[in-house]
Design a protein around this ligand. Structure first.
Ligand code: TPP
Ligand code: MG
Length: 529
């Protein structure tokens, strides 16, 4: 396993050991790859996701049998719904014991079946000889559009028995040249775009996964079309570009731009419930949808189907569009930006926007920010300017609480020298408190801002909205002394305030290794449509 990963070019491996997986750890001990141990399989999975999300490189994840694998399953679910190339190598009880129900330690009824239902693909290596090729196939599969996590389980007897297989030093993990959409539909889509008067481009995370941001910009500039992104697509288009509309998909002006467009070019978005206001968005014009997964096209809205990789398909489209059109793109984009600005200002009651500005101003353009399922994250999704690709992480594939802090750790491994900040609520922080230990031990260059309101704030708000002012139930959280917690793990930490955040962030980002700020405040969530 270790030789195969080295041969595929892996430089870092995330994981947590178990007795059946120890032969892999013995391989890791003898390899030159960096091994990053985390304190739960869940966080190891999130860290691998963060590494892959910011870099586009597959992230190896090592887990043990049964409970160890299952605790990591939620992280693989998030990677699957966000199409992140994590390659999980997981131990299994000895082959002859699988499915026998003999009470073997860590036995799980149908481990392969569980992960086949979560990951993009799931394999079992049934001989030591097949391990390198199985991992190479998994690597290619993880990267092949639409990218996603791949699961490889290896029974203990296969891992532990002697083998005559020659050491591997070279494996091909290249997924090959990604395919563009077919010519006839490309011509049709290009004709629609050429004849359009008010086109809009709507970019999702598929653009980021496919490294398609340059092709996207060329098509948008050629069309002179405003470019909106989904929350997950943030950074696919620089939010300070004159054609940028941003990502505030619940705001009336943003929705009007899309519904009034005569052609909407959707790239790498599944047009899911969060993006479309629970499918309430109506399009008066025609939709063109680029997606590598044909089954996703047209499930919610009828669309001209361009089945293919985003970068390859956009580049074919660009070749079919005339030089430079004039469609008042910057004017239309600017109008929406101004309208959104006014309504977001009207909603922010306790300086939520001010906090976002403080964070944006304190960080360089290319810094990575990871936002948990927390109120400030819900503000960041529509309102935080993402200026570079792959720099805005938010677990909205599945809405997975606890993601941001371990993902930030993984991101910091992939991008040494880049500032990485996780923004997490007190509820979400509980999933990753133990990772203060791994952050300290591995000296991750990742920083943590905890917004502590003493509750599952968003759920308390929903309870009040649905069941009355006094209905908050089961959502109050005791507020620990976060500074003492951080000190226990030798992680430098300070308190901060709404007013002092920008200044305190300059301290935090200068800390060598992990560091933490704690902001005790109550924030108001953005209005839902
Ligand atoms: C794994 C998982 N468990 C539960 C939830 C439901 N959930 C969404 S937000 C939230 C509360 C988060 O609280 P906190 O981190 O303190 O953020 P706040 O809402 O207070 O800003 C919960 C429990 C979820 N999305 N994912
Ligand atoms: Mg909270």
């Amino acid at each position: 396993v270790a030789e195969a990963l080295t041969a595929l070019g892996a430089d870092a491996v995330f994981g947590l050991p178990g007795v059946h997986a120890l032969p892999i750890w013995e391989g890791m001990r003898r390899s030159n790859m960096r091994y990053l141990g985390l304190r739960t399989e869940l966080c190891a999975g999130f860290a691998a996701d963060g590494y892959a999300r910011v870099s586009g490189r597959p992230a190896p994840l090592l887990l043990s049998t049964g409970p160890g694998a299952l605790i990591g399953a939620a992280a693989l679910m998030e990677a699957a719904s966000s199409h992140v190339p994590v390659v999980a190598m997981v131990s299994q009880i000895p082959g002859p014991m699988i499915g026998r129900g003999r009470g073997y330690l860590h036995e799980l009824g149908d481990q392969l079946g569980v992960f086949a239902s979560i990951a993009k693909r799931a394999y079992r290596a049934t001989s030591a000889e097949s391990i390198p090729e199985t991992i190479a196939i998994a690597w290619r599969e993880a990267l092949t559009p639409p990218s996603g996590p791949v699961y490889v389980e290896i029974p203990f007897d296969v891992l532990a028995s002697p083998t005559a297989v020659q050491p591997v030093s070279q494996l091909d993990g290249d997924p090959g040249i990604p395919l563009a959409a077919q010519r006839d539909v490309l011509e049709h889509a290009a004709a629609l775009l050429r004849d359009s008067v008010r086109p809009v481009v709507w970019a999702g995370s598929g653009v980021l996964r496919s490294f398609a941001w340059n092709e996207l910009r060329e098509v948008a500039e050629g069309l002179d079309a405003p470019v909106a992104t989904t929350y997950m697509g943030k950074g696919a288009f620089p939010e300070h570009h004159p054609l940028a509309v941003g990502s505030a998909c619940d705001e009336p002006a943003f929705r009007a731009l899309l519904s009034e467009a005569d052609v909407v070019l959707c790239v790498g978005t599944e047009l899911g419930s969060v993006t479309t206001g629970d499918y309430s968005l109506e399009f008066k014009g025609k939709l063109i949808q680029i997606d590598a997964a044909p089954e996703r096209i047209g499930v919610s809205y009828p669309a001209v189907p361009l089945v293919g990789d985003a970068a390859a398909t956009l580049s074919e489209l660009r070749a079919r569009l005339p030089g430079q059109a004039e469609r008042r793109g910057p004017e239309r984009a600017g109008y929406v930006r101004d309208q959104v600005d006014v309504t977001l200002d009207g909603q922010s009651r306790r300086g939520e926007r001010r906090l976002l500005r403080a964070i944006r101003d304190a960080l360089p353009d290319g810094a990575v920010t990871a936002w948990d399922m927390t109120i400030l994250g819900y503000w960041a999704a529509p309102d935080f300017p993402a200026l570079t690709p792959r720099s805005f992480l938010h677990p909205l594939g599945s809405g997975t609480l606890g993601y941001a802090w371990p993902a930030a750790m993984g991101a910091s491994v992939a991008l040494p020298g880049t500032h990485v900040l996780a923004v997490v609520g007190d509820g979400g922080s509980a999933y990753g408190v133990a990772e203060l230990a791994s952050a300290y031990q591995n000296q991750f260059q990742a920083k943590l801002l905890v917004v502590d309101d003493g509750k599952y704030g968003i759920l308390a708000k929903y309870q009040r909205q649905s069941y009355g002012e006094d209905a908050a139930f089961g959502v109050r959280l005791a507020q620990p002394d976060f500074l003492t917690v951080a000190r226990a793990y030798s992680v430098p930490a300070q308190r901060t305030t709404v007013e002092g955040l920008e200044y305190d962030l300059s301290w935090l980002m200068a800390v060598d290794g992990p560091g933490m700020l704690v902001l005790q405040t109550e924030l108001e969530a953005p209005d839902a449509t």
